[in-house]
Design a protein around this ligand. Structure first.
Ligand code: BES
Ligand code: ZN
Length: 648
């Protein structure tokens, strides 16, 4: 169900990057900080240290950012953040310059710690990567201060008018950094292999609250001398994180505690609903810790965003950002919280070093998410979710084959010159998880869990590549048994297209029965004769995806009359239903389709629906164009980019 989009046609080659393959450089200059004891040439850390991130202009071997200090003011009139980013650097002895990533930023000036202006140049760059900001460093300099402001052309920040919020009275701002968008609001080295701590002071209108993916030092904000209509909020993230995880939101927010370490932020108008939905957060956190070791980030809160948030969730440390479409009213879609929480280990603690290693974040997380769901809600529900995910993967593999994008069926794709957003699909998620499940089945849970726990411990606060992961796997799980490695088809899983034949296909007896009911209906049974009482959300989802292509309008009408799908408030069920409605041109659902597409902007829902409409010549294409013209202004830049490619 996670859509992949087609390759951008105009790929401009980035400036050549010189690979400095110097294993002997001091540890602090390498991509990850190295434990000298372990950094043999073949060891995982050395492999990571020598990996080049094609999606960043930075040259961390010469000068790398280790801390970012932001002092920014949010101006909702001009829709800009303006202020300074003070960067602390680790530099090689005779480093002459530091190179930062920027895109769509207005750079006003750059100084050293004392305020002396430093020379800088903004390179030509390209549309996808942005422009390298090269700053000349005086001998021994370890601090640079960049004075800048963001521009409307940036893609990380979305500034919402009051009408686009739940409360309708106050504006809203949020950021979405993953994958290479942070450079459009912070001039820094925007590579997931260059971990940075951060501090921030954020000045906002006094009727709004600012939150970030960090410890909140001033939960209520503090006065800004001379500016009665403003308040300042301060934050600190003292653990080194990848820059795509630096995040901000500003709005009319309230907070509700869930457990000792957990809580919910949302617009005040949404707070009750959000607090009800996420009541199990603390149990999820406990379950996660029991599996793979202590939670390292202090608090775990969820922030519910306005409906234009382009993703289901985003694992910003200490504060997951989430779509309001997950608020079903019955806690049926909370696997999303389990997923984002799991990223606190897979992704935030051990981080993909490049975007070609994205499956290390998402595949591990889907696996871990399912283990949390099993703990908290039982094996039956977990199995249903697993089967739904595996089904989506089958469909995605087929779609990628049909559209000649078989390269994207690899866990480790070649993304040179390709926007990493374009690789987004079920492959890194579900094929990645399927790979780990194959290992689990082979070694048994006990051994495999011990391995995973050890992995998170060994590489905590470090970045990982696929190759380094294999090196670790060989030592710590395969015990250098090369025959076993071949037998498990490790290389094929990670580097080849399609699905290896030793995949463990998940089954769910409950969903098997659902498939039987779907079949009974397909061959002519009336909806009211079906045995579907007390179906939960996952059963309905499965039921709807099992409807045959031959479904008639009479059957659609019968389903709707019996189960009122067009009126459901569950976003996942509505989405599955609307997909059918488009495929079978079921007219009575069209007003609901329009309403759904203009009232939320989650890519996972919007892109497949527009794509399905565009497959229907005449009425479908017209409908897609008409609805998109109305909805597009409200969508986030990421969703726009995806839908722009579909609706022409
Ligand atoms: N990290 C992702 C979101 C993401 C991926 C943002 C790539 C930008 C680029 C997040 O953890 C995620 O996977 N979200 C899913 C929901 C989840 C339940 C599978 C989503 O948004 O659909
Ligand atoms: Zn994820």
């Amino acid at each position: 169900m996670r859509q992949s989009h087609s390759r951008t046609s105009s790929v401009i080659r980035r400036l050549a990057f010189v690979v400095v393959a110097a294993v002997s450089l001091s540890a602090g200059l390498m991509l990850t900080s190295c434990n000298p004891k372990e950094s043999t040439e073949a060891g995982p850390q050395a492999i990571v240290a020598n990996t080049v991130d094609d999606h960043s202009y930075a040259r961390p071997q010469e000068a790398r950012v280790r801390h970012v200090d932001l002092d920014l003011t949010a101006d909702f009139q001009s829709k800009t953040l303006r202020g300074t980013a003070t960067l602390k650097l680790d530099t090689e002895a005779n480093a002459k310059q530091v190179i930062l990533d920027t895109r769509a930023l207005d750079i006003e000036k750059v100084t050293g710690a004392s305020g002396v202006p430093l020379k800088y140049t903004l390179g030509k760059g390209d549309e996808m990567m942005g422009k390298p900001l090269t700053i000349e460093l005086p001998q021994g300099a370890q601090t640079v201060i960049v004075y800048y402001r963001t521009t409307i052309a940036g893609t990380a920040l979305q500034w919402l008018d009051p009408s686009q919020t739940a409360g309708k009275r106050k504006p809203f701002l949020f950021s979405q950094g993953e994958e290479i968008h942070t450079r459009t609001w912070i001039p820094t080295q925007d590579s997931p292999s260059i971990r940075q701590t951060y501090t921030a002071r954020i000045v906002v209108p006094s009727d709004l609250m600012a939150v970030m993916s960090a410890k909140r030092l001033t939960p209520k904000g503090e006065a800004v001398p001379g500016h009665a209509n403003q308040r300042a909020y301060r934050f600190e993230m003292d653990k080194p994180i990848a820059p795509y995880l630096i995040a901000i939101a500003v709005g009319d927010l309230g907070f509700r505690e869930e457990g000792k370490r957990t809580g919910v932020f949302a617009e005040k108008a949404m707070l009750d609903k959000a607090a009800y939905e996420f009541a199990d957060m603390e149990s999820m956190l406990d379950a996660a810790e029991k599996l793979y070791g202590p939670y390292q980030w202090g608090r775990y809160d969820v922030l519910v965003l306005p409906p234009s948030f382009p993703y289901g969730g985003m694992e910003n440390p200490t504060m997951t950002f989430a779509t309001p479409t997950v608020l079903a009213g019955d806690r049926s879609l909370v696997s999303l919280v389990a997923h984002e929480l799991a990223h606190s280990w897979s992704g935030n603690l051990v981080t993909n070093a490049t975007w070609e290693d994205f499956w290390l974040n998402e595949g591990f997380t889907v696996y871990f998410e399912n283990r949390i769901m099993e703990q908290v809600y039982g094996p039956e529900r977990a199995k249903m979710l697993e089967v739904l995910g595996y089904n989506d993967l089958q469909q995605t593999m087929k779609d990628l084959n049909d559209s000649n994008q078989t390269d994207f069926t690899r866990l480790h794709p070649d993304l040179k010159g390709i926007n990493p957003d374009d690789y987004f699909s079920d492959v890194p998620y579900e094929k990645g998880a399927a790979f780990l499940r194959m290992l689990e089945a082979k070694f048994g849970r006990k051994k495999f869990d011990a391995y995973l726990k050890g992995y998170f411990h060994r590489y905590a606060f470090q970045s990982m590549t696929t190759e380094a992961f294999v090196a670790d796997l060989r030592v710590n799980l395969l015990h250098n048994d090369t025959d076993l490695e071949k037998q498990l088809k490790i290389h094929q899983w990670l580097y080849d297209k399609g699905m290896p034949d030793n995949v463990v296909v998940p089954t769910s007896p409950v969903l098997d029965q659902v498939a039987q009911q779907a079949q009974a209906f397909a061959i002519g049974g009336a909806a009211k004769t079906l045995n579907v009482t007390d179906y939960n959300t996952q059963q309905w989802q499965y039921f709807l995806t099992k409807m045959p292509e031959t479904l008639t309008l009479d059957q659609m009408t019968d389903l709707d009359a019996t189960f009122a799908f067009t009126k459901t408030h569950n976003s996942e069920i509505l989405f599955a239903w609307l997909m059918l409605a488009v495929q079978h041109h079921y007219q009575p659902a069209m007003p609901a389709l329009r309403e759904f597409l203009v009232s939320q902007g989650r890519g996972k829902f919007c892109k497949p629906l527009y794509a399905a409409l565009m497959k229907q010549p005449g009425w479908g294409v017209d409908t897609a164009r008409r609805i998109y013209a109305e909805a597009r202004p409200g969508y986030h830049e990421v969703t726009r980019a995806g839908v722009d490619k579909l609706v022409k």
